[in-house]
Ligand binder design. Sequence first.
Ligand SMILES: Cc1ncc(COP(=O)(O)O)c(C=O)c1O
Length: 484
Amino acid sequence: MTEPVTKPSTVDIDWKTMEDWDRRYYIHNIYAQDEYNPIFISKTEGRHIYLQDGTKVLDFMSQLISDNMGQRHPKVISGIKDALDRYGHVYFAFSTDYRARASKLLVEDIIQDDWAGRVRFLSTGTEGVEMALLMAKLYTGRPYIITQEYAFHGWTTGAGGGCTRIRGYSNNLASPTDPNSFQEVPGFPTPGYYVAPAPYCYRCPVGHTYPDCKSKEPVGSLPCLRPLEHLIEVIGAENIAAVITEIMFGGAGIYSPPEYIPQLREITRKHGILWIDDEVITGFGRLGKWFGYQLYKDTYPDIMVIGKGLTSCALPSGGVVVNKEIGEFFDQQRWWSGSSHEGHPITLAAIVATLEAMIEEDIVSVAAETGKYLETQLRQLEPRHKSIGQIAGAGMFWVIDLVKNQERREPFVKEDRNSMRAGDLSHWPINIVMGKCLEKGVFLTGFTPNTLKIGPALTSTREEIDQGLEALDYALDTVDEMCD
Ligand SMILES: Cc1ncc(COP(=O)(O)O)c(C=O)c1O
């Protein structure tokens, strides 16, 4: 007979042995073995993570700007438990009530806008991107994809090696001791991808100043979109399957000006190219709307990639939503594709429970309201800290570019988003802020050297927002001391 499963108390865990095993056998990311200093999380609950000694830490980034409904939402836990009573694994040739319910919930109840036709659920956001690229190529019969500099779309060959263009975050190696020693993955970037400039107005890649740049261009176009149009002319629209973008760049922390996405959408429409909208980080309420594209009037994607917030990362999940025409195209074919894990009933149960909880709690409106409060409080820090270069974002996802000199907009780490992450990184502003915030019981950092990511759970209370910002305020005092 199987023994009943007992919940292990964290007190009984031999952390010393765990550390030994973790150090000895795991392939670690981010850190070289010699510098690896494991931080064990003993449990997670709501908006908090708990360290092995029991210290309670407010997670002001909801892990990877991903756990939108917080950790261990009771409805999600109970949905997963119910599914475990009925299901182990069912592969994609079969269906389940959970798959049907999740599809209907997403396409009909949540998206509502008339563009969406069908959804396919996968295991990660990266796989969602791969699937979107594949579908775009099969549907159009064209080989090329245009991505943006500083984009992050995942880690695989297409999503990562082709579309991801944030230097130092493409599966490369970097020496922990020699700042000039790093190795890109041989063969990367994957051929077949072209790169357009990012809409990074704070340091404009095409040398303009927003919003003055609008008046200098023909009505209806931003200068940073000219190179995109030029690329399309040079490669030939008939060879380009899709342009892939993020509404708010997850890795690089860039928030485009309001005209950018609608104008880009118009360019893709004009040239008959698909627009893939990667909403892995921005979807499910993060920007104060169900999806980021809803920030713009009459602007709809052809293919939308989803992930993270789909289950608030309670279980690994991702997927694609396609428009009706693309859905109909694939309806007419036998499509020989599939993964052992896609449409897993337990994951689908987590998706159903998460989406139902989001609807019941009207969490998107809550996020929009809390987001306004977060922005107001955040902007109050601006005049108090000379290291704040710019604050940008929407809803519950904000970034701060930290600078050595406000007037010159000079970053502390000069390579900024192009850093290869080699050598000593302890002087990086995001690492200094992380250490200081942890002193105050708050987790907050970033992915690129000078750019902080603020992305608390959408369920955060105002007190928690205040606590997170107080810690940030305290941390920025130290960064200010490093300014000119
Ligand atoms: C915009 C974007 N696309 C794709 C991905 C990859 O998703 P995943 O980590 O689930 O593979 C991420 C992850 O952070 C992301 O931010």
